[in-house]
Design a protein around this ligand. Structure first.
Ligand code: ZN
Length: 341
């Protein structure tokens, strides 16, 4: 009998025979979940004398926080206030610059900023620095990308609140030792104290060479955020497909703007990127998983609920084997996908 009447009598699930990612390491512990939230088992036992209503046998697997992809196309507003020179797959006729209106130009383009978590812009565009400030004041994460900014323009944007770099190395100036450009933010001494600049990397083995991935990771491991940059073609077979205003061509793991060799986002999945990142960087399993969970949650300011398996966090879980293949996924403690036999 629960000693406290206010305690929920909703069913409790106990994940057993697992290693859970908590406090930056895999720990042999069970995970307790009720009403979509991770429970503190000590409180459950001693305060409530609670017990599990059902058990999930993880068969020795890893339980990690649910992956968070901050760059999946159609979510995160990437452009159109970006550099013509580094437009990547973005059609040139739709690119825009800020007029004197600044944020007004954004509203005119997007219609509304409700439900917008992140905007990518090029900080060298006129008026962009005040747009960075205004967006950050509205709680929107500002990311720098598709840009020819030099390091001091990038640092100014960070001082104005920008906190992310969109697909590091792709669609920005290549690293130059006299002006390392946006890439230089990874080791900049102009980042305000207590702030972390995060950076997205498409670790699909195509968008970034493994050596570049290692350089970034070793220079600034705590800022690395794995992103897929996946377009709607993810999961489609090879050949030509029309997506919105563009025709793209899938060849193996590559998605090109049809008839060119310009990459049009990726068709990689997050678990593929986690495995590739681990292999390419030689990092620990914990570091690979945190780059897909904890770091993006910190970037978005939601790490009090997401991106970790702390007591009180949401029970969004990924069950994996030791080679980091996904065996099952859970949202709010409910199984939503399981790999077939
Ligand atoms: Zn892009």
């Amino acid at each position: 009998m629960p000693s406290n009447k206010s305690v929920s009598d909703a069913p409790i699930t106990q994940f057993v025979s697992c290693r859970i990612l908590r406090d930056h390491r895999l720990q042999r512990e069970d995970l307790w979940v009720r009403e979509g939230t991770i429970l503190d088992p000590e409180k459950l036992f001693f305060d409530e004398q609670g017990y599990a209503d059902q058990r999930v046998d993880c068969e020795g697997g890893i339980v990690a926080p649910g992956f968070i992809d901050v760059q999946i196309n159609g979510f995160h507003l990437e452009g159109p206030f970006i550099s013509e020179e580094k437009k990547g797959a973005h059609p040139e006729r739709y690119l825009r610059t800020f007029q004197s209106g600044g944020i007004g130009d954004l509203m005119e383009t997007y219609g509304s900023l409700d439900n917008v978590a992140m905007v990518t812009l090029a900080p060298e565009l006129p008026v962009s620095q005040s747009v960075v400030r205004e967006l950050c004041q509205r709680g929107i994460t500002v990311s720098l990308g598709h840009s020819v900014a030099n390091l001091s323009q990038a640092e100014e944007a960070v001082q104005n609140g920008a906190s992310f770099i969109t697909h590091l190395f792709n669609a920005m100036l290549p690293f130059h030792h006299r002006d390392p450009g946006i890439v230089g933010l990874l080791t900049s001494d102009q980042v305000p104290a207590g702030r972390t600049v995060y950076y997205g990397m498409i670790a699909d083995g195509i968008h970034t060479n493994p050596a570049a991935l290692r350089i970034a990771h070793r220079a600034h491991p705590s800022g690395l955020v794995l992103v897929t940059d996946a377009i709607a073609a993810m999961g489609l077979p090879p050949g030509r497909h029309t997506l919105g205003q563009q025709v793209i061509e899938i060849q193996g793991l590559h998605a090109y703007v049809a008839g060119t060799k310009t990459l049009s986002g990726s068709i990689a999945t997050m678990d593929m990127c986690v495995r590739h990142f681990r292999q390419a960087s030689g990092c620990s399993i914990e570091a690979a998983l945190e780059a897909a969970s904890l770091h993006p949650a910190q970037l978005l300011g939601i790490s009090h609920k997401k991106g970790n398996l702390d007591y009180g966090s949401d029970a969004d879980l990924v069950l994996l084997d030791d080679a980091l293949n996904v065996k099952a996924t859970y949202i709010s403690g409910e199984e939503v996908w399981r790999k077939g036999p």
